[in-house]
Design a binder for this molecule. Sequence first.
Ligand code: NAD
Length: 424
Amino acid sequence: MPVNSRLPGFYKLSPRDRLAEVTRASGLTETDLACLVPSDPDMLATADRMIENVVGTLSIPVGIAANFTIGGRDYLIPMATEEPSVVAAASNMASVARLHGGFHVSTDLPIMVSQVQVVGVPDPRGARMRLYEAEAEILALANEQDPLLVKLGGGARGIEVRIVEADGATYVVLHLQVDVRDAMGANAVNTMAEALAPRIAEIAGGRVRLRILTNKADRRLARVRAVFDRDALGGADVVAGIVDAYRFAAADPYRAATHNKGIMNGITAVVLATGNDTRAVEAGAHCHAAASGRYSSLSHYEVNADGHLVGTLEVPMAVGLVGGATKTHPAARAGVKLLGVTSAQELAQVIVAVGLAQNVGALRALAAEGIQKGHMSLHARNVAAAAGAIGDEIEAVVSRLKTGGHVRLDRAEIILAELRAATP
Ligand code: NAD
């Protein structure tokens, strides 16, 4: 049946009425879409407050990464991901780092930056100087917008004024630097930038266009260092293989994209489990990976005097404990409570530690037995379920899939059919 996507007044309906409307408009049955409705009605009401046109929710598995010692403290780390082997790899490499004291971490102050773009300025260089001359006034005006943030010890800290030449146009771009304390900070800095706009236009002598944060949050870096035991990794040759894999990523953007994706497997899973903005963190990370002008590896690896692997990672980390979904989503609140972090900076440190562990886990597998062995072994359960196995059939199919060495849907379907045929 052809679908008509015009749904007048759809946004005004309740989630249940919207789902009924979508069922009707799509020609599907109630059963087809029933799994979108959470069993807890409060969750549906919460979801309806979070985004628009809500009809239901989607559950993503949350696993707990074990063995992490970060900054001298142990953490149980919630990771929300649909990908097998991510939680296992992080936990495994955390136990290897633990032999040498775990993960050593540091962070910048939680500074977010908002950009105000001024167009049509006749004297951009003069305007740049006039804006710097007015810095105290600009900061005071910004801070008037968020007295709570100021009371908490945060607030506007400084400005930077850049001249951006773009395709024949010249823009004066003011950066407002704000200490956002325990917030991710997007709304906080955007509100300030919008409030400043008329005064900035006046001082610069032009017209303000964009007023929004930059996700290149490079004044808010989180850093981690860890020593991974050579023998626990599998010996000197595995360590050399990891270093070769890293050098490959550092030199080749095609490899770097996958290398960094492995890091983000860990980072995004914790960012999501704590209700933070995964896209903001990912944009910041990939932009940082290209900070030299060429996209490269976010992490670095060396071998220390004792032959152990030293891994380091530095990533912009715009995450918070207030704002966004962090306080509204019950699972995010539970995740933060489980972690026991008391500041956004501490959360950022935990997240980069997981990113580094994840990266070493993937590189170790690549340098040793290859990624597919562990990955497909864990993936086999998904494949068995996708083939239609239920209950005890899943483990039976997994076991025969692994014995045959090829974890593929077509094989799982054949195995399942054979099992069912053999079952009286
Ligand atoms: P927010 O505005 O909801 O909360 C921040 C405010 O909370 C502060 O301004 C402050 O007044 C108050 N606050 C209370 N306790 C605080 C504490 N301990 N530390 C700091 N502030 C405290 O949220 P936000 O963090 O400014 O914005 C985050 C949301 O913005 C996310 O949902 C994100 O997805 C969204 N967003 C992102 C982008 C982007 O990344 N490009 C753009 C727009 C919006």
